[in-house]
Design a protein around this ligand. Structure first.
Ligand code: CTP
Length: 230
């Protein structure tokens, strides 16, 4: 991994993979299970990393994909497709910012034809998707990548985020109170608390997502410099 460079482009020479948006798990050719993620936070992170001089790959499930100048955009639909793209991206990345809202379940069967309406009840059988971050423990380059997860929580915020950080083996986790007014999924603003394995390392009060993204990039720069120093 290169050190983060001082000056106006502190991420020059650094390769960052950012994931964004909510995955869509198909039910039939016209329907899917999805979530309210807009992709705005991930897009803002990709732009902020680019601004800081990084080479950025944005793996997005959001539709339409953003106009992201000088960012390489990979469009995916499902959790499984996102996992493949992230694994490939990590073959050459130094940083992963996993802002996507990945579905935890998918329909066991995908109907080949559009399901027809009937008077009967319909039960969808769901099976767990792969946990992309947990799966990265097996990635051959895992220890060379700074891995940042995002935790969307509505209660027991800090405890749940700390637990996720440990469970998923993350370097940092960005906690987002999606139940708070004005900063939930789809909002233009965000407010975050960032934890590392030792506790809270950064708090950003409610601000527009591009500003939150710049603060998070500042923390990434600091962490890369610290890694290089040891
Ligand atoms: N994530 C992932 N693979 C999944 C689900 C989530 O890699 N199948 C990642 C998200 O991109 C995020 C982090 O894990 O960076 C936490 O996501 P979150 O939805 O908050 O946590 P879950 O593990 O899904 O736990 P829960 O839904 O029970 O809160």
């Amino acid at each position: 991994m290169d050190a983060a460079a001082p000056g106006p482009f502190p991420l020059r020479g650094i390769r960052v993979v950012v994931t964004a948006g909510g995955t869509r798990e198909p039910i039939d050719p016209v329907r899917f299970l999805g979530n309210r993620s807009s992709g705005k936070m991930g897009n803002a992170l990709a732009a902020a990393c680019r601004e800081a001089g990084a080479a950025v790959e944005l793996i997005t499930a959001a539709l339409p994909p953003p106009a992201a100048p000088e960012v390489s955009v990979t469009q995916v639909e499902t959790a499984a497709e996102m996992q493949r793209a992230v694994w490939t991206g990590l073959d050459r990345a130094d940083v992963l910012l996993m802002a996507a809202a990945v579905a935890d379940y998918r329909p066991r069967r995908v109907a080949a034809h559009k399901l027809k309406k009937s008077a009967d009840e319909l039960t969808l059988e769901l099976v767990p998707t792969v946990d992309i971050l947990e799966s990265l423990r097996e990635h051959p380059r895992r220890t060379r990548v700074l891995v940042v997860g995002f935790a969307a929580e509505t209660d027991d915020l800090l405890a749940n985020a700390a637990d996720k950080l440990r469970r998923k083996g993350l370097d940092l986790i960005v906690l987002n109170d999606v139940g708070a007014p004005g900063v939930g999924m789809g909002s233009d603003d965000n407010a975050v608390t960032v934890l590392d394995p030792h506790g809270v390392v950064l708090t950003v009060q409610r601000s527009p997502k591009p500003e939150v993204a710049r603060r998070l990039v500042g923390l990434v720069v600091e962490r890369l410099a610290r890694r290089h120093a040891v």
